[in-house]
Ligand binder design. Structure first.
Ligand code: IMP
Length: 177
């Protein structure tokens, strides 16, 4: 498959994204009530979402980054999660908030949930995702919080890429076939 910029249709606009992120931040601010949080951004796809979300949070935030990968150079997941860089500080007794771009098959989310719980006794754990693609789920996992649903289509923009491109788009788009 090839995707060109002028073929993309807008699924969620910049305005819709920003207003949903503000809503999500409000929910999280109510949950944590000023308690410190370790926000873990899953690179690379969640980088834009995470940087916008954390700036709406009003508690002390320790921001961490890990890098996982599961997609090849096309629109199909390899079905295997690669922990490219998963160095984390001591998360024992911390409020941990994972920030992901999309839950698709769920393999990455499941890997992360298991990884954190196997290695740390966290105080609280929440998994938030910009998008939830429920139709393609292969394992029983769901984000605690998410901004938008996506049906079974490959989306790009606002951090999500196709072969490294389109992460810089302000909207979330897709190609219609
Ligand atoms: P998983 O299949 O739930 O493990 O998702 C793994 C990763 O695949 C996500 O974190 C995204 O980076 C990527 N991914 C899944 N669906 C899409 C998509 O529609 N567009 C771009 N990347 C995607």
């Amino acid at each position: 498959m090839e995707i060109k910029l002028d073929e993309l249709k807008v699924l969620y606009s910049e305005e819709e994204i920003h207003s949903k992120i503000k809503e999500l931040a409000k929910t999280l601010n109510n949950i944590y009530k000023g308690e410190e949080v370790v926000a873990i951004c899953v690179l690379k796809g969640a980088v834009i979402f995470a940087t916008d979300l954390v700036r709406e949070l009003d508690m002390p935030v320790q921001m961490e980054f890990i890098r996982l990968s599961s997609y090849g150079s096309d629109t199909q997941t390899s079905g295997k999660v690669n922990a490219v860089d998963i160095k984390l500080p001591d998360l024992n007794n911390k409020n941990v908030l994972i920030i992901e771009d999309i839950v698709d098959t769920g393999l990455t989310a499941k890997f992360l949930v298991d990884f954190i719980h196997m290695n740390f006794h966290v105080k609280t754990f929440n998994f938030c995702s910009l998008l939830d693609k429920k139709a393609t789920r292969k394992v029983d996992v769901k984000p605690d919080y998410y901004c938008f649903d996506v049906d079974d289509k490959f989306v790009v923009g606002y951090g999500l890429d196709y072969d490294g491109y389109f992460r810089n788009l302000k909207y979330i788009g897709y190609k219609e076939f």
